[in-house]
Design a protein around this ligand. Structure first.
Ligand SMILES: [Zn+2]
Length: 590
């Protein structure tokens, strides 16, 4: 745990303007700054920085938040790492108040562990090219059986762990590492109570695991015959958490913005990278975890699951599909006909065929697009217009602006139509839909299940009038600490006044922040997901335009309370109606 004081200090010493300015060219716009959004592609700037309260918001794609949110998104970091990143930048040393995971263990120096792993990787790599006959067998396993080039072996830093009790251990002890350190790094195992240790990896080809910052953090070792276990992987160490890291993400992060191929084994990934498919990663000898899914969601939009073709692979893919969709990723599953895994497929049919299979793993949108294109002949003008109209309607149903842009770009190319004219059509359809929703509230509930779906606050659609009033009030509370003070000391509102899930949580968050004296809402990125933080920023910015005084607070509160009453009496009415219908049916049946 990092203390609130430390986080406050980091936020105070991190000027949003200079932080964002490192990545985005900002121009003054009134009291704010504006630039081209680094999170979605746009031609005119809608990304706005508010120096007054150190926040940002993009009116195009809805991302927003404070300095921590920006670092999380921009550097693909999770919350604690983003804090560490900003602390380093501001020259602040983080003092952890209570590190639960290792509190009972001796303190390890992370830098020393990274160095120890580098030394180990070098040892394994050098040994692979040594004259030991077993090392020669290992090398030919890579070059002949797996058909890897020496360049690929070097690129991945592959190695060989000798078939010996303690050759590796003696090498590392001579380098000055202690037995305790080697055991804690999962490189050695305890042999006896006297403290003797031996090599953890023996007679295995070695795959170093490298994190996105370039540190060697762990190893996987594979046997070359059928002995068990086939793979041996490092357990968690002070610098490695198996459930959070992915093999080859350090390479894939350059090319995986649009999509990433998720494999089961190291060898699949290496074969793909060697064949030029560099946007592929693997889990570390386990089924994918929700943490890994979240990590992936920070690097890419779409995951293509490419698991083994057997029953176990299919089951694992099903499970992965659920976890990945949960974090908002678009997912498709690859099938490799005629091969047991992607590695074998590439070897048998060649990489070009494999690339075809990958592009054949279509998204839901592409399936629908194909359906429309199948019904029209787009070389005929009228057909083209009709088809485009249908496709634009499809795109207008997509909630995320960034995702819409991706589809618009794809469709613009396919129909040879200007990007901006499709986008303005889509915007017009969305605007029309929004008005239609407004006109017909009761219908909206039913329609919410068919397409227009708010993934950040799914309850919005069930009570749009209330949600709007909720956001009005929350915007004021988020912007002005004085209003928070008034509302919470005088008890003007309680959580029951909030009907929609997200907004209720925001209110409860503000209440508990107030109770603990946290005026700067420092833990917002810890409590809410990045999409939710973006939504919260939207509430703030929307409210900036409106008047602010004691009256506007009271007016907003009373309209909220009124709309909540209307909403709940509306529900009661429906329940009454339902009861009457049931009664009538019962009488009819008599
Ligand atoms: Zn944006």
């Amino acid at each position: 745990m990092i203390s609130r004081e430390t986080i406050e200090e980091i936020l105070m010493r991190t000027d949003i303007q200079s932080l964002v300015g490192q990545y985005v060219t900002l121009k003054r716009a009134g009291s704010n700054l504006r630039g081209l959004c680094p999170f979605h592609s746009e031609k005119s700037p809608s990304f706005t920085v508010y120096p007054a309260d150190n926040s940002f918001y993009c009116f195009g794609c809805g991302v927003g938040g404070d300095q921590i949110s920006f670092a999380m998104r921009m550097e693909h970091l999770d919350y604690p790492d983003a804090i560490e990143f900003l602390a380093k930048r501001a020259g602040i040393t983080i003092v952890e108040t209570d590190n639960k995971r290792y509190s009972n263990e001796p303190k390890y120096d992370k830098a020393r562990f990274y160095q120890m792993n580098v030394d180990a990787a070098r040892f394994f790599n050098n040994y692979l090219f040594s004259s030991d006959p077993e090392a020669r067998a290992a090398l030919s396993y890579f070059t002949e059986k797996r058909q890897l080039t020496i360049a690929t072996i070097k690129h991945f830093g592959l190695g060989f762990a000798p078939n010996s009790f303690d050759t590796f251990t003696r090498h590392m002890l001579a380098k000055g590492y202690t037995r305790d350190e080697l055991v804690a790094a999962y490189l050695c195992r305890k042999h006896d109570e006297k403290g003797h240790v031996y090599d953890a990896f023996r007679n295995r080809v070695m795959f170093p695991v490298i994190d996105v910052a370039g540190n060697v953090i762990a190893f996987g070792g594979r046997v070359m015959d059928d002995s068990k276990p086939k793979y041996l992987n490092s357990s968690d160490t002070p610098v490695f958490k198996k459930s959070r890291n992915l093999f080859a993400l350090n390479f894939a992060k350059q090319t995986c913005q649009d999509e990433i191929v998720l494999c089961e084994g190291y060898m699949d990934v290496i074969a793909m990278h060697a064949a030029g498919i560099t946007n592929s990663v693997a889990t570390l000898g386990t089924a994918i975890t929700s943490e890994q899914a979240r990590v992936l969601s920070r690097y890419t939009k779409r995951v293509i699951i490419s698991y083994d073709a057997d029953e176990a692979g299919r089951k694992a893919a099903q499970r992965a599909l659920g976890l990945l969709e949960e974090v908002g990723l678009e997912v498709s599953v690859l099938s490799v006909p005629g091969a047991k895994d992607p590695d074998e497929y590439i070897k048998t049919f060649g990489v070009e065929k494999f690339k075809e299979v990958i592009s054949g793993a279509k998204s839901k949108f592409d399936y629908k697009l194909d359906g429309v294109l199948g019904r029209y002949d787009i070389s005929l003008p009228q057909d083209r217009i009709d088809a485009l109209g249908e496709v634009e309607k499809m795109i207008s149903q997509v909630y995320s602006a960034a995702e819409r842009d991706v589809y618009i770009r794809e469709v613009a190319a396919k129909f040879s139509v200007d990007f901006s004219s499709i986008r303005s059509d889509v915007d017009r359809i969305r605007e029309k839909n929004a008005q239609k929703y407004k006109r017909d509230e009761s219908k909206r509930v039913k329609e919410s299940t068919v397409g227009y779906f708010d993934t950040v606050n799914p309850d919005y659609i069930k009570a749009p009038a209330v949600a709007k009033n909720e956001e009005n009030v929350l915007g004021l509370l988020l912007l002005y600490p004085d209003h928070r003070k008034r509302v919470f000391t005088e008890g003007l509102l309680d959580a029951d006044c909030f009907v929609t899930g997200l907004n209720k949580r925001v209110f409860e968050f503000l209440a508990s922040a107030f109770a603990s004296g946290d005026d700067h809402l420092v833990s917002i990125n810890e409590v809410f997901t990045q999409d939710e933080v973006g939504r919260i920023m939207k509430m703030k910015t929307a409210r900036l335009e409106l008047s602010n005084d004691a009256d506007s607070l009271m007016v907003s509160i009373s309209s909220l309370k009124r709309s909540v009453e209307n909403h709940s009496s509306g529900q009661t009415k429906t329940m009454d109606e339902l009861a009457r219908i049931i009664q009538r049916k019962q009488q009819e049946n008599k």
